[in-house]
Design a protein around this ligand. Sequence first.
Ligand SMILES: Nc1ncnc2c1ncn2[C@@H]1O[C@H](COP(=O)(O)OP(=O)(O)OP(=O)(O)O)[C@@H](O)[C@H]1O
Ligand SMILES: [Mg+2]
Length: 260
Amino acid sequence: MTYVIGVTHQKGGVGKSTTVATLGACLAEQSGRTLVVDLDPSGNMTSGLGYHPEEMEKSIASLLVGQEVFANVVKSTSLQNLDILPSNPDLLSISRHLFSYKGYEFLLRDILRRHAGNYKWVVVDCPPTLGTLTITALTAAQLAMIPTQLEFYSLQALDVVFKLINMTRSKTNPRLRYRLLVTMYDRRGRFHTDILTYVRQHYSKALMESVIGFDTKVRASQLAGVPLTMYARSSRAAKQYRELAQELEAYVERQVIQPA
Ligand SMILES: Nc1ncnc2c1ncn2[C@@H]1O[C@H](COP(=O)(O)OP(=O)(O)OP(=O)(O)O)[C@@H](O)[C@H]1O
Ligand SMILES: [Mg+2]
């Protein structure tokens, strides 16, 4: 029983890679074996977990085009129970050519179906574009998680994300669900508080209850190349990501998301 979450937003810098690495670590600690997949050619999530993307000879890129097998690409991390399919810069050229592969949308889904059965969770990091790589992630996922900051541009860009989700539902993945996740919330000012109230009213059930606050420990943990939950166990953001993992566990119990 494997649950696949695609973390996506067209807007850059909203906390996608941070969410994949940290949520992945929390799920690995609290729930069961977890695989994180770096589908972004920039490789931020890969480096956040301690690997250098440009030194990765084998990556998710070679796996997608069938040049490598899963067992040769998957890597362990500093956290027991958490594995990664890393990215490297080859992913950029592959993302441009994927369109020419017939049925490319299903490549990731099929790889995970074949090889990820031992993982309870797979969490996929997407680039800040809604191209081929994001489409493969959304086709493989049961849940699209959309991290968003409480600022106009992030909220404005949601429309185009919703369009892609609807397109994916109609073409390749009818059961795809989605949830918004508020990130980098600053509770000190009125501004974020007011927008959060609006977002809660406007999106109601499409919003994860957990909210991730702004926390300087996040950047420090990425610099150190270890998951936040190990670097600063009792930091506020680590606690909030643990709550998010519990919320997802409850989704499984209530069958809000069904296994692949
Ligand atoms: N909760 C947080 N508190 C403080 N800083 C954060 C938090 N979450 C993310 N950041 C910082 O914000 C920046 C953007 O985060 P991240 O790289 O996760 O976003 P992204 O959506 O993956 O970006 P991109 O679209 O470029 O891939 C990073 O410098 C990260 O360290
Ligand atoms: Mg990123």
